[in-house]
Design a binder for this molecule. Structure first.
Ligand code: ASP
Ligand code: MG
Length: 416
């Protein structure tokens, strides 16, 4: 039938019982005749436990040994899952990243996948076996174990699906898909049947932490259909053999009737800094942002006002954790440039409307601003891209803002 890569996160394999459930689920796909390659995370909490132990020994754990340590979590789950499958009469074999030969660069703790040897996996599949692969890990040219960064099992799954040209990559997690917004903020939030890679990237980077962003980028690049679904729901099947539940992340299809807005993302961890009365001359933006970048502080939105009387104001947003260090850098820069003053606010949040549908529709921004105005919510900053409009508002308005926008754009209603 189909070749499916299924990835199960830490919660889904958090206990031996849950590992057994995962095996039952895989069996259902095998019984239908699907070929299945499985990628698993470590049991929930295990990677954190390993990290803690490393830090008990040294403040800056040796990068090579750290990866040897962290990769053990996934080695436990591949073995247990394979045993559970075999016990159910489903032949299965486990492989570490090194055994598959998932070749990566040597950037320990954040390695990138360069190449995957599919030969062994193909042989197993041909012989009717389920292939169970440890997520999050690979091996470099020297034969050293590497890991891919937190949440990296998602990327392993997508990379395997791309290498094997799988029909679908299914990411099983503890939520049953991607929602129009966080259901904890808006109980009426609706699960999306489909979302494009582009939209998912905007949603993910803005705080809908369902998937590792790199995995989504990878899937978009290699056009791997990616489905997010719950490992606790019963699997249901489409006529074409793919799982029909959850949210499918895929390419934009012309005939797909587009909602104007697909979702509302938000980010609570924002702070903004303004440098007032900067002499307005070439090189100023660079002299302000250069030192901030040198201090490894990531900048999100940037606004430079038009200048009056030869000076201008310059505002940008950063992660709240960087607020103090960025203030220090900016105060220094301000003195050097002869600017008037540095002011900051670390009680702000960002709310973003995301949707490929807005590309072809004017008026989304004005509707957004009107909706917020009617609630008396003041907008501090605005930024737009092709498929996203973001505003920065006072943090006390986060819930109210997201809720009213969600209903103003009719997101709780079924559109497809
Ligand atoms: N076990 C690793 C982590 O906790 C990788 C993963 O779960 O995706 O980050
Ligand atoms: Mg994960």
């Amino acid at each position: 039938m189909a070749l499916i890569v299924q990835k199960f996160g830490g919660t889904s394999v958090g206990t031996v019982d849950r590992i057994r459930n995962v095996a039952e689920r895989i069996k259902k796909f095998r019984d239908r005749g699907d070929d299945v390659v499985v990628v698993v995370s470590a049991m929930s909490g295990e990677t954190n436990r390993l990290i803690e132990m490393a830090y008990q020994i040294e403040d800056r754990p040796n990068a090579r040994e750290y990866d040897v340590l962290l990769s053990t979590g996934e080695q436990v789950t591949i073995a247990l899952l394979s045993m559970a499958l075999n016990k159910l009469g489903v032949p299965a074999r486990s492989y570490t990243g090194t055994q598959v030969h998932i070749l990566t660069d040597s950037a320990h703790n954040k390695a990138r996948i360069l190449d995957i040897k599919e030969k062994n996996m193909r042989t197993d599949l041909e012989q009717g076996r389920v292939v169970v692969v440890a997520g999050f890990q690979g091996v470099d040219e020297q034969g050293d174990i590497t890991t891919l960064g937190r949440g990296g099992s998602d990327t392993t799954a997508v990379a395997l699906a791309a290498a094997l040209n799988a029909d679908e990559c299914q990411i099983y997690t503890d939520v049953d898909g991607v929602y129009t917004t966080d259901p904890r903020v808006v109980p009426e939030a609706r699960r999306l049947d489909k979302i494009t890679f582009e939209e998912m990237l905007e949603m993910a980077s803005l705080g809908s932490k369902v998937l590792q962003i790199r995995a989504v980028e990878f899937a978009g690049k290699y056009n791997v259909p990616l489905r997010v679904l719950s490992s606790f729901d019963e699997p249901d099947f489409d006529a074409d053999g793919s799982g029909a539940s959850g949210t499918l992340i895929t390419y934009e299809e012309d005939e797909m009737e587009q909602a104007l807005i697909s979702g509302i993302a938000f980010n609570r961890d924002e702070a903004k800094l303004t440098i007032l009365g900067v002499p307005d001359k070439p090189g100023v933006a660079y002299s302000i942002l250069g030192p901030v970048g040198d201090a490894n502080i990531e900048i999100d939105m940037i606004i430079q006002n038009i200048s009056a009387d030869g000076t201008t104001d310059f505002t940008f947003t950063i992660h709240r954790n960087d607020f103090e260090s960025a203030t220090a850098v900016l105060t220094r820069v301000s003195n050097e440039l002869g600017a008037r003053e540095v002011v900051g606010d670390d009680k702000i949040v960002k709310i973003s409307l995301v949707g490929v549908g807005m590309r072809s529709h004017a008026g989304i921004a004005s509707k957004m601003f009107k909706t917020l105005a009617e609630e008396g919510i003041n907008i501090n900053m605005i930024s737009t891209s092709e498929i996203k409009i973001s505003v920065v508002v006072d943090e006390k308005y986060l819930e109210l803002g997201v809720r009213t926008l969600h209903s103003a754009f009719g997101l709780e209603q079924k559109t497809s």
